[in-house]
Design a protein around this ligand. Structure first.
Ligand code: MN
Length: 297
């Protein structure tokens, strides 16, 4: 099976935390509708130095947060305030516009390990009203030494309750004592696998947290040999049929849409207020002069 190896890069998230970004990458913009993938931690932080991502807007996408270790407070312009705990997913569907903030709980030192993905919304759903949902209970199954949490879609007869707007798959695979597993795939999907901890051999090729393994549609299964203590996340979906513009926190189709969202946020129009975040409100950078082109998929 031909595998693409996509290196991750370091990015700063909010005020001062380092994360690793897998998507978008020049060589691979999307995997299905998944258009953004940040891996945060695992890390320990001192009191006052945790996650601090102040109020900021989104349009045209859904943010998908998978919490592995630690806790984060989500606050949004719909008035939701939700503590997300390990083993839970937060799905925030921005639609035509929402703002939110993500902060470590006040005052505490702690640990943090999470994955945040964005899902591009198709034209039929990207203008819908914003929505937020916390999913505290996801199906977990044991197979061949692996604990598999079904995050999106279905696997091994278990279906995730997380409702998305395009055909997608995501699962977390943790192998405390190591394991060797064949995972059935939908051949209509493209897929990618990212080790989060330890080493995972994908069809015999070694991968760790520094590279994403991408494989094109047509695969009916993938074989993983998971090292002891390893954990990885698998994502997939049907190749996204629309050209998108991804700029800052926005997924749009035209430069005008980006400009309207950016100007609106900076002028305090169109997104509502996020209350209670201790972090500073982010300012949209000026898109003037950017050469925004629809992205090759
Ligand atoms: Mn966000």
């Amino acid at each position: 099976m031909p595998l693409e190896r996509i290196p991750l890069r370091s990015v700063e998230v909010g005020d001062g935390l380092q994360a690793r970004r897998a998507l978008p990458h020049r060589a691979r913009r999307m995997v299905g509708a998944w258009c953004f993938l940040d891996h945060l931690g695992p890390l320990a932080f001192a009191a006052g130095h945790g996650l601090s991502v102040g109020p900021h807007p989104h349009i045209g996408l859904a943010t998908f947060t998978w919490m592995i270790e630690g806790e984060v407070v989500h606050r949004d312009s719909l008035g939701n305030e939700q503590l997300i705990r390990p083993g839970q997913v937060n799905l925030m569907t921005a639609g035509r516009g929402i703002a939110h903030a993500e902060d470590s709980p006040a005052g505490a030192a702690g640990r943090l390990h999470a994955v945040q993905l964005w899902i591009a919304l198709d034209d039929a759903h990207r203008h819908q009203a914003p929505a937020f949902r916390n999913h505290p209970d996801l199906p977990v199954l044991e197979r061949d030494g692996c604990a598999i949490t079904v995050l999106v879609g279905a696997a091994f007869g278990k279906a995730s309750p997380v409702a998305v707007h395009s055909p997608l798959l995501s699962m977390d695979i943790a192998a405390a004592a190591g394991g060797s597993i064949e995972i059935p795939l939908d051949p209509a999907f493209e897929h990618a696998l990212l080790p989060l901890v330890g080493e995972v051999a994908v069809e015999g090729a070694a991968f760790d947290q520094n590279a994403l393994a991408y494989f094109a549609p047509g695969q009916r299964s993938v074989h993983l040999r998971c090292g002891a203590g390893s954990r990885c996340v698998l994502i997939g979906g049907t190749p996204f049929a629309e050209d998108i513009l991804l700029w800052w926190n926005f997924v749009a189709r035209t430069q005008d849409e980006i400009r309207t969202a950016s100007d609106g946020w900076n002028a305090g129009r169109g997104f509502g207020d996020v209350r209670g975040s201790p972090s500073r409100r982010l300012v949209a950078p000026d898109p003037t002069g950017l050469r925004l082109r629809p992205q090759a998929r």
